[in-house]
Design a binder for this molecule. Structure first.
Ligand code: NAD
Ligand code: APR
Length: 235
C-alpha cells in the first residue's frame, strides 16, 4: 500500500449498535411482522402511511435517547486530526457521528432530524410525532414524511461521494452488512479506482471478499484501535 492521504469511511447500523440502536438485519429484520424492506418504500407509505410513520416516529425516539460510543468518538478524532482528505459517508439516519464531534459527514440515506413536506418540497426540523400529521412549518399542509431515503429512491450526495471515492487512497467500511446498494458497491468502485480497502465489522459482511483486509470484532474495539494506528503512522 502506498502512502495514504485521502480516506473515505462508509458506516452502517453496526457503528451505532453498541449505542443501543437496533441494526436492520441482525435482529431478524422484523418489525410488526414486516421486513424493513416492506416498510421503507414509497409504495408502503402510499398503502399504509400510519404503519410507516409509526415505524419512523419510534426509530426517531429511540435514536434521540442514545449517545455516541467509542467508535463514533474515535472517528471524530480521526476527522479532527487527519491532515489529508477525509469523508465519512453514513447510511445511518442518526446523528451520532456529529454528536461525537465529526464535521466531514454525509448522510446518504437522509436524517431523522428533518421532515420533508410532500406539498411544498421543503425540509424542516422534525420535532413531534409525524403520525399526528403536524402542519408543515413552511406551507401549513399536513403532508410531512421523514427525510429518509426509502428503497427505490435515489440516495443523497451520490455525486460528491463518487468524487471522494475517485480521490481515495483508502476506503474503510464499518458496521454495514453490504446488503444494500449503492453503498454495498462502493468497495468495488474504490478498488477499481485504485484505493486500498479495509472492512471493520462484527463478522464478515456479504462483500467481505472484495476487501484487501478485514478485521472482525465490535466497533467500539476495532475502530479505536485502527484510528490509533492511523494517527500513529503519520507521526
Ligand atoms: P434501488 O436499487 O431500488 O434504487 C436505487 C436507485 O438509485 C437505482 O435505480 C440506482 O440506479 C439509482 N442510483 C444510484 N445512484 C445514482 C445516481 N448517482 N444518480 C442517479 N441514480 C442513481 O435501491 P435500494 O437498494 O432498494 O434502496 C434505495 C436506497 O434506500 C438505499 O440506499 C437504501 O438503503 C435506502 N433505504 C433506506 C431506508 C431507511 O430506513 N432509511 C430503508 C430502506 C431503504
Ligand atoms: N460492531 C461492529 N459491527 C456490528 C456490530 C458491532 N457492535 N453489531 C452489528 N454489526 C454489524 C453486523 O454484523 C452487520 O454486518 O453491522 C452490520 C449491520 O448491517 P445492517 O443491519 O444490514 O445495517 P446496514 O448495513 O447499515 O443497512 C444498510 O439498509 O434498510 C436499509 O437504509 C437502511 O441504511 C440502512 C441500509
Amino acid at each position: 500500500m502506498g502512502k495514504i492521504r485521502n480516506i473515505v469511511i462508509l458506516t452502517g447500523a453496526g457503528v451505532s449498535a453498541e449505542s443501543g440502536i437496533d441494526t436492520f438485519r441482525d435482529a431478524g429484520g422484523l418489525w410488526e411482522q414486516h421486513r424493513v424492506e416492506d416498510v421503507a418504500t414509497p409504495e408502503a407509505f402510499e398503502r399504509d402511511p400510519d404503519l410507516v410513520l409509526r415505524f419512523y416516529d419510534m426509530r426517531r425516539e429511540a435514536i434521540q435517547t442514545r449517545q455516541p460510543n467509542a467508535a463514533h468518538h474515535a472517528l471524530a478524532r480521526l476527522d479532527a486530526e487527519w491532515p489529508g482528505g477525509l469523508l465519512i459517508v453514513t447510511q445511518n439516519v442518526d446523528d451520532l457521528h456529529e454528536r461525537a464531534g465529526a464535521k466531514r459527514v454525509l448522510h446518504m440515506h437522509g436524517t431523522h432530524l428533518n421532515a420533508w413536506c410532500l406539498a411544498c418540497d421543503e425540509r424542516s426540523p422534525w420535532t413531534g410525532a409525524l403520525i399526528q400529521r403536524p402542519p408543515c412549518p413552511q406551507c401549513g399542509e399536513a403532508a410531512l414524511r421523514p427525510d429518509v431515503v426509502w428503497f427505490g429512491e435515489i440516495p443523497y450526495h451520490m455525486d460528491e461521494i463518487h468524487v471522494a471515492l475517485r480521490e481515495a487512497d483508502l476506503f474503510v467500511s464499518i458496521g454495514t452488512s453490504g446488503a444494500v446498494y449503492p453503498a454495498a458497491g462502493f468497495v468495488r468502485d474504490a478498488r477499481d479506482l485504485g484505493a486500498a480497502t479495509l472492512e471493520l465489522n462484527l463478522e464478515p459482511s456479504q462483500g467481505t471478499l472484495w476487501f484487501n483486509e478485514a478485521r472482525h470484532g465490535p466497533a467500539t474495539a476495532v475502530v479505536p484501535a485502527w484510528v490509533d494506528e492511523m494517527l500513529a503512522g503519520r507521526a
